[in-house]
Design a protein around this ligand. Structure first.
Ligand SMILES: *Cc1c(COP(=O)(O)O)cnc(C)c1O
Length: 223
């Protein structure tokens, strides 16, 4: 068995049923993706439009591609043909552009609203207030190219597990608030994407439904 297949198995053994694993393959070659694919993995995460566009044609067509990085509006056209889910919707402009491009291709893309939960300044994402305000104003129910399936967040990069836990918990609470206020009758609004290699056990503990794991499966990245 390949090393990647072994690592994948070890990670999967720690993820309960009902939590989806997205294997984050950014900066790793297509051969590594194929090894994980052959071990049964189907959902992969990429963070750059050009890298995704380069890898996608040469890899099995039943791979479910998840876009997880900050996405510039002018790159939307280049990811919409390939992606199943975009985790990193962090502005209204981006959301509307995805809707426009996906609708014109006759595609419907699962989108998660990225919420800023970390203490760090530089991370992308809506504040909870911005997100609520946007949902109460936009006619997202009429979207044809976008299905809003949940929220995504990244915790502060810290050793302080309580800090991380509190941030994940705040995202779960916010998800519940949105669900109650806007999506009670919308079963598809069901996802909390949180947890990476360093913190996913805490995220699962706090109600994550999708974990995005790269390093623990593929090893460290060389940028
Ligand atoms: C790179 C990345 C991951 C995976 O990080 P690892 O620490 O390698 O598991 C998860 N989510 C996002 C948004 C990322 O950019």
């Amino acid at each position: 068995m390949s090393n990647i297949a072994k690592q994948l198995q070890m990670v999967k053994a720690t993820i309960p049923d009902g939590v989806q694993l997205v294997a984050v393959s950014k900066f790793h070659p297509s051969e590594s993706i194929l090894q994980a694919y052959e071990a049964g993995q189907r959902a992969f995460g990429e963070s750059k439009q050009q890298e995704l566009a380069k890898k996608q044609p040469s890899l099995p067509q039943d791979i479910e591609w998840h876009f997880i990085g900050h996405l510039q509006t002018n790159k939307v056209k280049g990811v919409v043909p390939y992606v199943h889910t975009i985790h990193s919707v962090d502005s209204e402009r981006l959301l509307l552009e995805i809707e426009k491009q996906a609708r014109s291709l006759g595609r419907k893309i699962n989108c998660l609203l990225e919420i800023h939960i970390a203490r760090e300044e530089q991370k992308y994402g809506f504040s909870m207030e911005q997100c609520t305000e946007m949902l109460s104003r936009l006619a997202w129910q009429d979207f044809e190219g976008v299905q809003l399936v949940g929220v995504m967040g990244m915790a502060t990069y810290t050793e302080d597990e309580e800090q991380i836990r509190n941030e994940f918990r705040s995202l779960h609470t916010f998800f519940n608030t949105l669900k109650q206020r806007f999506f009670t009758d919308k079963a598809y609004f069901q996802h909390i994407s949180m947890g990476m290699s360093g913190d996913y056990p805490i995220a699962i503990d706090e109600g994550s439904t999708i974990v995005r794991i790269g390093t623990s499966i593929f090893g460290s990245r060389t940028y």
